[in-house]
Design a protein around this ligand. Structure first.
Ligand code: NAP
Length: 332
């Protein structure tokens, strides 16, 4: 059986381009016992994939030049040699970027779409939702009445972080890259304030104005100058879950910035990096609670859906231009 795949052809220097990818036709192997044939329905593109395009040691292995890209996928079982899966079942798995895949059934998790669309399992009920829940509650430890600031606030993780902070009784300020995103955060997602960092010349002063008592929790999705501006406004005993640094994922030079340690020291602040996959023991509670909040209408969710398997590279590059509101998904 022949299918189409998207491979990494070269490692980007700086911002990736479409030239770093190629489309290929490939012959799938025969299906063996305990394997299934899958058709990809929804593909996740995520900022961490940029790191995997480099040949650098990290918490996850680099993509291999000449081999398919891979990531989270919601797929339909077309054929099965496993007792646990039958044609028509919907599953999630980390899969190569192929239209069809034959994989061992132990890679797969069945999903239930009675109450939510299938694509939610790549977002609010998947890795980004878990990241928001665990990063904010386990590291940020927000308390009612505190002030929480979140960057990339209109993205997959940030939009959930802000809403969970509201559920905890906090005052929430989002930082995002357009007036329209800022409007949505306030009018649709219940943020108290939102700032368009692209039209703000002095973000430090704006955050100081919006947070007169200081920032108690800063959920850092972006790093760079945005985070420098927020961290200069932290309160005593502030907590800073270090979730992402997207503003520097495309930098070839090691970034220089202000030395923030004196601020952390003098405010007795905690800054802690975390990788969500190290917190699998927290997944059952997080998924149960996220489902509950969704069902109760306390959490709203949004996605940017790009259509066509061939749009996967474009959608991935779009994350670095702010093309998405909520989770960026490609529907095949
Ligand atoms: P996302 O926020 O849905 O998409 C990325 C967003 O980042 C874009 O929409 C854009 O929004 C913003 N952005 C892009 N380039 C930027 C820049 N130079 N400066 C400031 N903002 C920029 O992505 P996500 O999946 O939710 O991930 C958010 C962050 O969390 C990423 O840094 C990711 O690596 C990290 N993450 C970490 C973990 C973990 O385990 N630690 C897990 C998941 C995600 P604007 O329009 O606002 O610029």
């Amino acid at each position: 059986m022949i299918t189409q795949q998207i491979i990494l052809t070269s490692r980007p220097r700086g911002v990736p381009t479409l030239d770093n990818f190629a489309f290929e036709r490939v012959l799938l192997p025969d299906m063996h016992q305990d394997e299934v044939l899958l058709q990809g329905l929804y593909y996740s593109v995520d900022p961490y994939m940029r790191g995997r395009m480099n040949d650098r040691k990290s918490y996850v292995a680099p993509f291999v030049v000449g081999q398919p890209m891979e990531g989270g996928v919601v797929a339909k079982v077309l054929d099965s040699k496993s007792d646990n899966f039958k044609p028509g079942d919907l599953v999630t798995a980390g899969l190569p970027w192929r239209v069809l895949n034959i994989v061992p059934s132990i890679w797969l998790q069945k999903i239930d779409i009675t109450h939510v669309p299938a694509s939610y399992y790549l977002g609010i009920l998947g890795m980004p939702g878990l990241t928001a829940y665990i990063g904010l509650l386990d590291i940020g430890k927000p308390k009612a009445g505190e002030t929480v600031v979140v960057s990339a606030a209109a993205g997959a993780v940030g939009i959930i972080v802000g809403q969970i902070a509201k559920i905890q009784g906090c005052r929430v300020i989002g930082i995002a890259g357009s007036d329209e995103k800022s409007r949505l955060l306030k009018e649709e997602f219940g943020f108290d304030e939102a700032v368009n960092y692209k039209s703000t010349s002095n973000l430090k002063a704006v955050i100081s104005h919006l947070c007169p008592g200081g920032v108690d929790v800063y959920f850092d999705n972006v790093g760079g100058e945005i985070s420098d501006a927020v961290i200069r406004n932290i309160n005593f005993d502030a907590r800073i879950p270090l979730c992402g640094q997207i503003s520097i994922y495309n930098s070839s030079e090691y970034p220089r910035g202000p030395r923030l340690q004196p601020m952390l020291l003098s405010r007795s602040a905690l800054m802690q990096g975390f990788i969500v996959s190290n917190y699998q023991f927290r997944y059952p509670e997080a998924i149960q609670q996220l489902n509950q909040w969704l069902n109760d209408g306390l959490l709203k969710y949004t996605e940017t859906i790009v259509h066509g398997f061939d749009q996967l590279p474009n959608a991935l590059l779009g994350l670095f231009k702010g093309d998405n509101t909520g989770k960026m998904i490609v529907e095949a």
